[in-house]
Write a protein that binds this ligand. Structure first.
Ligand SMILES: [Zn+2]
Length: 270
């Protein structure tokens, strides 16, 4: 069985204090058959480091894939709204690296931040731009949501995406999930399902078709149940898989083979 962590912020400080530390972690991942890690970027400040990590740390045992995007949490830099010119910077960098990125992201809408920062209009504009960019470059998108299905679903219905993408850290009802599935999206299944209190999400993940599932950790965020207080690690994608096995009816091999084929179809090489 091989595993892919479809969402890990491997370039964050928790992992990159030294190159030896990161190399050690990636060797441990490879030993556990975690053979691919997808690293979304969040702001202009980390676009280049994500590209560099993917180039420098991929080897025969583990592939590190980069995605480029603007996360709704990072639309401010030192308290100043990012200017619209960063959208053109993003488009330019994506075009230059079209063969080195596997997706656009992470992007999306966060209603809690929108309320706090009064920036829903900017979030919608940036998200819209990135969806269109994904279509231009024929890439999938990695989508962040928080209390924002009602903003995201209508947009995805209005802009028909060639390659769809992943609803990262999906949480929600089956009715919400179904709308994404009908649009051809995959749902990112992560540590949430290790918490018994996440009943609604667990019930949803139990019912959705196997062809719509990918695994993720969102490390260093979102520690799994039993690991609270520690920063999360891509190694935990195997624990997410075990939790998934305990709620699904398929056997382990069938689950892992299908999930890996979902990844391959969505994030084709390059
Ligand atoms: Zn993330």
């Amino acid at each position: 069985m091989n595993f892919t962590d479809s969402h890990c912020h491997l370039d964050f400080n928790e992992f990159t204090e030294s190159s030896a530390q990161l190399t050690h972690l990636l060797n441990e991942c490879a030993d556990k058959k975690i053979t691919r890690i997808i690293v979304p970027s969040v702001s202009p400040n980390n676009w280049q480091s994500v590209l560099n990590i993917s180039e420098q740390y991929s080897n025969d045992n583990i592939k590190i894939s980069a995605a480029l995007g603007l996360h709704p949490w990072f639309l401010f830099d030192n308290g100043t709204e990012l200017p619209n010119t960063v959208l053109n910077d993003l488009a330019k960098l994506c075009k230059q690296n079209v063969n080195n990125i596997c997706a656009i992201g992470e992007t999306g809408i966060d209603s809690i931040i929108a309320e706090k920062c009064n920036n829903l209009a900017q979030q919608l504009e940036f998200f819209n731009f990135q969806l269109r960019l994904a279509n231009t470059l024929n890439k999938p998108v990695i989508i962040h949501h928080r209390k924002s299905h009602h903003h995201i679903i209508p947009l995805l219905k209005s802009i028909k995406l060639n390659k769809q993408g992943v609803i990262h850290a999906f949480s929600g009802s089956y009715q919400e999930a179904k709308q994404y599935l009908d649009l051809g999206f995959k749902l990112g299944v992560g540590g949430t399902i290790t918490y018994p209190r996440a009943k609604k999400t667990i019930e949803t993940i139990k019912k959705i078709p196997l062809s719509s599932i990918v695994l993720e950790t969102d490390a260093p965020s979102m520690p799994l149940n039993g690991y609270q207080g520690q920063h999360n690690s891509p190694l935990r994608v195997v624990d997410v898989f075990e939790a998934l096995c305990s709620i699904r009816k398929e056997d382990k091999i069938e689950l892992s083979v299908s999930i890996e084929s979902n990844i391959k179809r969505l994030f084709s090489e390059n």
